[in-house]
Ligand binder design. Structure first.
Ligand code: OAD
Length: 245
């Protein structure tokens, strides 16, 4: 690992210029500068007494579907008011610049796509959809009475199309990710605390096969050790990198 930040940055620039199979993993930190609270930020106002990990779970939904639904409706209302920031925009440019870039996000806000990124792998789903009986419902998210809407087919409550704690990722999504990780020669994790599996295991996985690894995060990295670790706001670090490649 490089000892000085500028040395690490230049090293990553060289890697970006020379490697061809990039995998970029993003987390809630990349959307923080768009005004969307990260998952592990303190919950605000009405929601401060709840633990997000209890709300984002099948058990939480079974216990109190309306509470979970309202929490997601609140998060979605924040997302609807937000715009992609510099990090989303630069990564969208990179999807053109690097033809073999795979962008994997743990975020459910859709901001990478709004910025123009194509082929984004949304490993935890998307907050704008509801799901039941293997069918995705883009709307209405809330029914006319403010109640949790029901599935037309089985009459169960519709749920957000999000992978909750304790649930498995969709097989197709996981095999697409594994394929990209296998071929990857440069892996960059941006704005993620790296505590939720399987994403938390990607860095170690690609290291085993010899990929160069980098972490960009606002604070010290709980996410294992990478070849380059850059501490700061993702928009600022990506802007500097982008100017040099
Ligand atoms: P977290 O909230 O756990 O972590 C966000 C990370 O981003 C933290 O380490 C922050 O320090 C960092 N950060 C904040 N602002 C930043 C900025 N401007 N630039 C760079 N870094 C910044 O979010 P995730 O790691 O995405 O899953 O959480 C992973 C998953 O946990 C989420 O997808 C969610 C949750 O369970 C589900 O809902 C299924």
């Amino acid at each position: 690992m490089k000892s000085s930040p500028s040395e690490g940055l230049l090293d990553l620039v060289e890697q970006l210029k020379s490697k061809s199979n990039l995998v970029i993993l993003t987390g809630a930190g990349v959307s923080a500068e768009s005004g969307i609270p990260t998952f592990r930020d303190a919950q605000e106002g009405l929601w401060s007494e709840y633990n997000p990990e209890d709300l984002a779970s099948p058990a939480g939904f079974r216990k109190n579907p309306k509470l979970v639904f309202d929490w997601y409706a609140w998060r979605r209302s924040v997302v609807l008011k937000s715009l992609p920031n510099m990090t989303h925009q630069i990564l969208a440019d990179w999807t053109n610049k690097f033809p073999n870039l795979t962008l994997i996000t743990q975020n459910v806000d859709g901001l990478h796509q709004s910025a123009g990124s194509k082929g984004v792998i949304e490993m935890h789903g998307n907050i704008h959809r509801l799901v039941c009986c293997n069918k995705r419902h883009p709307s209405p998210w809330i029914d006319g009475n403010g109640e949790v809407p029901r599935c037309e087919k089985c009459n169960s409550l519709l749920r957000p199309d999000i992978v909750w704690f304790g649930e498995m990722l969709n097989n197709g999504v996981m095999s697409e990710i594994n394929k990209a990780l296998k071929q990857c020669d440069l892996f960059i994790a941006i704005g993620t605390s790296g505590v939720v599996y399987p994403a938390a295991g990607f860095l170690e996985k690609v290291k085993v096969s010899g990929a160069f690894t980098a972490i960009i995060n606002k604070e010290k990295f709980p996410f294992g050790t990478a070849d380059v670790q850059l501490e700061g706001l993702s928009s600022q670090i990506l802007s500097v990198l982008n100017d040099k490649i």
